[in-house]
Ligand binder design. Structure first.
Ligand SMILES: *Cc1c(COP(=O)(O)O)cnc(C)c1O
Length: 531
């Protein structure tokens, strides 16, 4: 039996050491993918890594080390990129709905560009920047539509970017905003484009649009971000983009633009293309069973870590490439449906996958899974948590993210104090709260030095309340606790001690709540019986 090796380390060793389910990434594949693209691209194009595809800090660092810039879309991604070694001059921030904190962090870091998605965001950024200067690219929602992506971005109403028609007005407005330096444009036409000709055509359209807008409104074109969206093949009959097919056409379009705009730098931002092929999702089979003639391999991880594998949106489920990692050379004997530990029939990472004999304990791998894995999956479902991630680099397997352990999921939750209605003395939180409110009210009403207030403090004997101060006290409590006091329900013994008054107040509070739903009469009867 041959098994998969990652840079000569058997996958079973990696699985034993780090546990399953886990993601394993091959640093050599990441570096080679980047380098082979970089080597052939026109020098005017700078490659930026879209952290969204795989935000792991060590994966990001591989690409930064290889020479990529960073394209980030959240505060944590901004911090990840910086920690992974991306300088501010090689970082851009884009995405709809940026928070003030995110925009301020961009201003403070002095990143290469904030990609602004709307006129409102531009104004907000200007307000936050104050006297600081901030470089901006305007994201355009082009008037034309893209080709080749299932998720096309242009020519439609979208929450992304500024409609091409409105760009001149926004550029004009930006000149009046101190601090804002519009440096160019950004357009992103969609994801998972597999045909080289589509990438070339989209790029040509974006560059033509940039040139047009430069003519129309004199926008500075220090930088044009041409998006990217290069795909990788996942499913049967798909093929990776061939660089031989892509590069000549792309470089030609770029060279032509560069002649007219020699000082403009182009950014191509890529996520999936750079990391997808470097990653394998490794699961261990727990159970093998047959149901009504269909064979199931039930594994320890599923769509909770790899949502993309479920193939949402396709009528016929299409499988990611899946292999039996410890029996690579054995012939397939049967189709297996591979499921995970979730209590939903949709937890299927492979449907009728032809595989060699599968036994409990075997390792299966979903390949080409380095992009949009755990970070794009419902890792909280059934509280299984985030899987471990391992990066194999220079022949050594490194843990680059510890898998969640129970305390990671439990410690963030807050169990509120249990109380029993019939046992008022056990009701410490509420009692303390009410006693405290009474102490505050007494302080306010009596306006003199008081002994320490406890439940036992006697209101008339010790504090010398009179009938006026009783009324004022009740009013202060109504105000302070947001309750309504029912004078009918008041009995002299309620004023014995702070504790008895607290009980009365609690009954009134219960009435106010009950009154709003069940009617105050029923509420006050219940309240006075329990008090
Ligand atoms: C998601 C996204 C990317 C990365 O997309 P890939 O298909 O993974 O390369 C780049 N730019 C923008 C604006 C995006 O939204």
């Amino acid at each position: 039996m041959t098994e998969l090796h990652m840079q000569s380390i058997p996958i079973s060793t990696i699985a034993d050491v780090f546990g399953t389910p886990l993601y394993v990434y091959d640093a050599d594949v990441i570096a080679a993918t980047y380098t082979s693209l970089r080597r052939v691209l026109h020098p005017a194009i700078e490659l930026y890594y879209s952290l969204k595809a795989n935000p792991n800090i060590s994966v990001t660092a591989e690409l930064i080390d290889a020479g990529a810039g960073a394209e980030v879309s959240s505060l944590v991604e901004l911090q990840t990129a910086a920690a992974a070694g991306a300088g501010p001059e090689q970082t851009i921030f884009l995405g709809p709905g940026k928070s003030d904190d995110e925009l301020l962090a961009c201003v403070e870091a002095g990143i290469r560009a904030v990609v602004v998605e709307s006129r409102g965001e531009l104004r907000r950024l200007a307000g936050l920047a104050g006297a600081e200067s901030v470089d901006v690219l305007l994201r355009v929602n082009p008037a034309f539509t893209s080709t080749g992506s299932g998720l096309s971005m242009g020519g439609k109403p979208r929450q992304f970017g500024i409609d091409e028609e409105d760009i001149p007005a926004v550029v004009a407005e930006a000149t009046g905003l101190p601090g804002i330096q519009v440096r160019g444009l950004h357009a992103y036409m969609g994801t998972r484009i597999l045909k080289a000709a589509d990438v070339v055509r989209n790029t040509a359209e974006i560059l033509a649009m940039a040139a047009r807008l430069r003519q129309d409104c004199g926008i500075e074109l220090d930088t044009v971000d041409i998006g990217g969206g290069l795909g990788v093949a996942y499913f049967a009959k798909e093929q990776d983009i061939e660089l031989d097919e892509l590069v000549p056409g792309l470089n030609e379009v770029v060279a032509e633009f560069a002649t007219g705009h020699p000082d403009t730098r182009l950014i191509m931002e890529l996520g999936r293309y750079l990391v997808a092929r470097a990653g394998t999702y490794v699961v261990r089979v727990r159970d093998v069973k047959t149901s009504r003639g269909e064979r199931f391999a039930v594994a320890d991880g599923g769509t909770n870590h790899h949502m993309a594998a479920v193939g949402i949106g396709s009528f016929v489920k299409r499988n990611f490439p899946i292999r039996h990692l410890t029996a690579l050379d054995e012939p397939a004997v049967a189709p297996y449906t591979i499921t995970g530990p979730l209590c939903t029939p949709n937890d299927v990472i492979g449907k009728a996958v032809p595989l060699p004999e599968v036994r409990p304990g075997d390792l299966l791998g979903v390949e080409r899974s380095g992009a949009y894995g755990p970070s794009a999956s419902p890792v909280g479902f059934l509280s299984h948590g985030h899987p471990a991630e391992v990066l194999v680099r220079d022949g050594t397997a490194h843990l680059v993210r510890r898998g969640d352990i129970p305390s990671d999921l439990l410690d963030r939750q807050i169990l509120i104090t249990r109380t029993k209605e019939h046992d008022m003395t056990a009701d410490h939180t509420i009692a303390d709260h009410t006693i405290k409110a009474i102490a505050v009210a007494l302080d306010e009403v009596l306006q003199r030095e008081l002994p320490p207030i406890t439940e036992q403090t006697r209101l008339f004997d010790e504090l010398h309340l009179d009938s006026t101060s009783v009324l004022e006290l009740l009013m202060a409590l109504e105000e302070g606790l947001g309750i309504e006091v029912d004078p009918e329900a008041l009995r002299p013994e309620d004023f014995d001690t702070v504790g008895s008054l607290a009980e009365y107040v609690r009954a009134q509070a219960a009435d106010s709540t009950a009154g709003s739903t069940a009617g105050s009469t029923a509420g006050s009867t219940a309240g006075s019986t329990s008090a």
